[in-house]
Design a protein around this ligand. Structure first.
Ligand code: BJW
Length: 225
């Protein structure tokens, strides 16, 4: 196997742990308007609605357990002779619950962020409008989630990893949201070979060198072994 591997994961990885994806039939975006729950403007308009959306997802994620794909990736990180970097778009903690490590580019469900001063702290199970920031005392607590129009976290660190990886693998993501959707081209530009693992072909499948099609709990353990 390649020396340095960068793995991008998306909602499809956690689907078989019972967490809904966004764009599949009946997914989260079929039930909620993106502009209402996943933009800073939506939060300004109706913070109660946004808190209710993330409180429900926080509860669901806390009850979920890692599946065979999370475990296989954690084992790969543990056993691979080279470096295995996981960059996840997922805001659940299932990589860590499986014993792995991940760079959370879209934030975390169990985090709170002060919209005024940027301080971050562990979120209570239920967040509510007007909760006080422990650092600056402003009533501006929000979920520590990267919404549309905001800059994802750790972009410099991720760019460095993409530049010196030998293999880039995308697992369970539709490739519709940037900048993550552009990582495959970025890694290719620097000479990496590329592999997509997904339940089905995606809009960006054409860019990848190789594909493995099927449910993550079967395809990922088989690829890792
Ligand atoms: C399985 C499976 C199984 C199922 N096994 N597979 C035009 C207008 C306005 C903005 C833009 C624009 N063009 C581009 C933009 C930028 C915008 C964007 O990309 N918009 C697009 C919609 C066009 N992006 C942003 O605004 C980002 N910020 C940004 O670009 O800043 C500028 C900047 C960047 C870098 C440097 C400097 C400046 C921020 C994006 C934030 C995304 N946030 C969300 C919501 C918050 C998190 C949350 O609430 O959970 O993140 S959106 C949502 O989509 C979530 C996800 O992380 C993200 C990706 O979704 P994902 O994971 O791919 O899920 P799905 O459902 O789409 O796909 C699931 C896949 O799994 C499918 O392919 C299935 O087949 C598969 N699957 N079961 C294997 N069992």
């Amino acid at each position: 196997m390649a020396d340095k591997i960068v793995i991008l994961t998306g909602a499809g990885l956690s689907a078989e742990s019972g967490l809904g994806t966004f764009r599949d039939e009946g997914g989260l975006w079929a039930q909620h308007k993106i502009e209402d729950v996943a933009t800073p403007e939506g939060f300004q308009r109706n913070p109660d609605l946004v808190h209710a959306f993330y409180n429900a997802r926080r509860k669901q994620a806390a009850e979920a357990t890692p599946n065979a794909a999370h475990v296989a990736l954690a084992n790969l990180q543990e056993q691979h002779k080279g470096e295995v970097v996981i960059v996840t778009q997922n805001v659940d903690g299932l990589h860590e619950a499986a014993g792995g490590r991940a760079i959370h580019m879209h934030g975390v469900l169990d985090g709170a962020l002060c919209a005024a001063c940027g301080h971050r702290w562990p979120a209570p199970a239920e967040m509510a409008t007007g909760q006080i920031c422990p650092a600056c005392s402003a009533p501006t607590a929000r979920p520590d989630i990267v919404w549309f129009g905001e800059i994802p976290y750790h972009m410099e660190q991720i760019a460095d990893h993409l530049q010196d990886c030998d293999l880039f693998v995308s697992i369970g993501t539709s490739g519709q949201v940037y900048p993550a959707a552009g990582f495959v081209q970025e890694s290719r530009m620097f000479g990496a070979s590329t592999l997509e693992i997904n339940l089905e072909r995606t809009d960006t499948s054409g860019v990848f060198d190789r594909h493995i099609v099927g449910p993550a709990t079967q395809t990922v353990p088989a690829w890792v072994s």
